[in-house]
Design a binder for this molecule. Structure first.
Ligand SMILES: [Zn+2]
Length: 333
């Protein structure tokens, strides 16, 4: 299989072309764009301005989606220690939260000394949503170039739960721990509004509602939320405007009692459904759903190409895949 000589994308990646040197068009066009991470300062300054404007005006300054993974632990460190914000964190137990992640969440929360809510949806509902994602993620679209269909819907639910909580509790900032490979610099700081969130929500919720009915309703915003037009938060992804070096991230996370879980695969530090989600995606489309993120991290110099290839080529743990399939009521191989 042909792989770009600069990043990690292979010939099955949608729309890929290689030049004479074996470099892919994604790398070539990334090179043509001006330095992608030049705007950091601007984002940090803007974020500082928002902090001075909103800090200590309500019960909490910022709501943080905290998965117990290394990236969100580092995000928590930035928001608490560097930006000195009063945080409410929440985690979303999709039914596949690893024991290691649970332990990491407990340790980190004790050390960070922040308030935390755990959202644990009825597993029967999550099961329906995940099985639906397996069935409907058959046709390639832009979202599926960046994540598996299972991962995408789960992240989408977490985002909407976050917006819903932020509007309900009138928290002015809501933060996510997306890496610079998962999210562009432009997503670093976005002022949301009722119209934007409603449009985003309709594109996900209505198709889901058509297929599954009311069961997924509680994750999304209601009319009463959309009426609170002045309470829509800023969405923040601090990692995209901060130096992202895995070694440093792991070092800081460990200072807060975080340990690399031994029960998850090479690309997740919190979710036991990830391997199955990856397997479905790879079998269907011929490339790893983490390839885009890892290729971007390699281009940005946040990860070596060798490490990227190692991540993508590590065998998926069969035992974990079978256990996830059993839990979803699917036949195992
Ligand atoms: Zn490339």
């Amino acid at each position: 299989m042909k792989i770009c000589s600069h990043c990690v994308l292979n010939e099955r990646f949608p729309g890929i072309k290689f030049n004479r040197d074996g470099i892919c068009n994604y790398c070539s066009s990334a090179k043509k764009k001006k330095q992608p991470r030049m705007g950091w300062n601007k984002y940090q300054e803007k974020f500082m301005q928002l902090i001075s404007q909103y800090k200590a005006k309500g019960c909490y300054d910022c709501l943080v989606a905290y998965s117990g993974g290394k990236d969100s632990t580092y995000t928590l460190h930035l928001l608490k220690d560097k930006y000195d914000l009063n945080l409410l964190t929440f985690s979303f137990d999709n039914g596949f939260q690893s024991d290691g992640a649970r332990r990491n969440i407990r340790n980190a929360l004790n050390n960070f000394k922040v308030d935390h809510w755990t959202i644990t949806p009825n597993f029967e509902v999550m099961k329906k949503i995940f099985l639906d994602a397996v069935d409907t993620g058959v046709h390639m679209n832009k979202a599926l170039t960046r994540a598996s269909s299972i991962c995408s819907i789960c992240i989408t639910l977490i985002r909407f739960v976050g917006f819903r909580l932020a509007v309900d509790l009138e928290i002015p900032l809501v933060a996510f721990g997306m890496s610079p490979g998962q999210a562009s610099l432009a997503t670093g700081l976005v002022k949301t509004n009722a119209r934007l969130i409603r449009t985003m929500q309709e594109s996900v919720f209505l198709p889901l509602w058509n297929r599954l009915g009311d069961c997924a309703k509680s994750f999304f915003l209601e009319e009463r939320h959309f009426r609170k037009t002045e309470k829509f938060p800023y969405s923040v992804n601090p990692l995209v405007f901060t130096e992202y070096k895995e070694e440093k991230i792991l070092k800081i996370a460990r200072q807060y009692g975080w340990e690399k879980p031994d029960d998850t695969d090479a690309n997740s530090t919190n979710c036991l459904l990830n391997s199955f989600a990856n397997q479905v995606h790879i079998e269907r489309f011929g490339f790893n759903p983490y390839a885009y993120e890892i290729a971007e991290l390699v281009r940005l110099g946040c990860m070596t190409r060798e490490e990227g290839l190692r991540r993508l080529n590590t065998d998926l743990p069969q035992e974990q895949i079978d256990s996830a399939k059993r839990k979803l009521g699917l036949e195992t191989s």
